[in-house]
Design a protein around this ligand. Structure first.
Ligand SMILES: [Fe+2]
Length: 155
């Protein structure tokens, strides 16, 4: 999210926080997708968190909540969540299981294989194009950003 903010001229701190908090209510709502994001909204509103962040957190679950994605941040959080899943799944098929072994072109190739990481929504990844980041570049940017924290990710 920070890398996307930098790429698009937005605030990396704000976008980073949105990414960090987006699944805050995951444990509570994992069996109720239509609530995912709404519990987080309650918690963060009370804490006075920036409304843009709260809206984006709901937007990452827009389909289940029946809402529209409006801002760059709404779209970025959605496509970023999904591509990170694809990056992790792709890294795990390499013998060393390292992000540094993965190429952007491998991510794109894997996206075309329906059965590979089938829970990762490809249409949501492609939303990067709606904020004018071509898919290839988005894959590259995501790999680089995740590569910088590969130790923390254990990949
Ligand atoms: Fe989520």
């Amino acid at each position: 999210m920070r890398a996307m903010a930098e790429r698009l001229g937005h605030d990396p701190e704000l976008w980073g926080i949105a990414g960090l908090l987006h699944d805050l209510d995951y444990e509570e709502t994992k069996d109720q997708p239509s609530q995912h994001g709404l519990k987080t909204e309650e918690i963060l509103k009370e804490k006075g968190v920036n409304p843009e962040v709260i809206e984006a957190i709901k937007a990452h679950n827009a389909e289940a909540l029946g809402i529209q994605r409006k801002t760059d941040l709404d779209i970025a959080i959605t496509c970023s969540e999904c591509i990170t899943g694809m990056v992790v799944a792709t890294a795990l098929v390499y013998p060393d299981k390292k992000i540094s072994s993965v190429k952007a072109s491998s991510i794109i190739k894997r996206m075309k294989q329906k059965e590979f990481a089938r829970n990762v929504n490809r249409d949501l990844i492609r939303k990067c194009e709606e904020i004018h980041v071509p898919l290839e570049e988005f894959a590259e940017l995501s790999l680089k950003a995740m590569g910088r924290i590969s130790d923390q990710l254990g990949l």
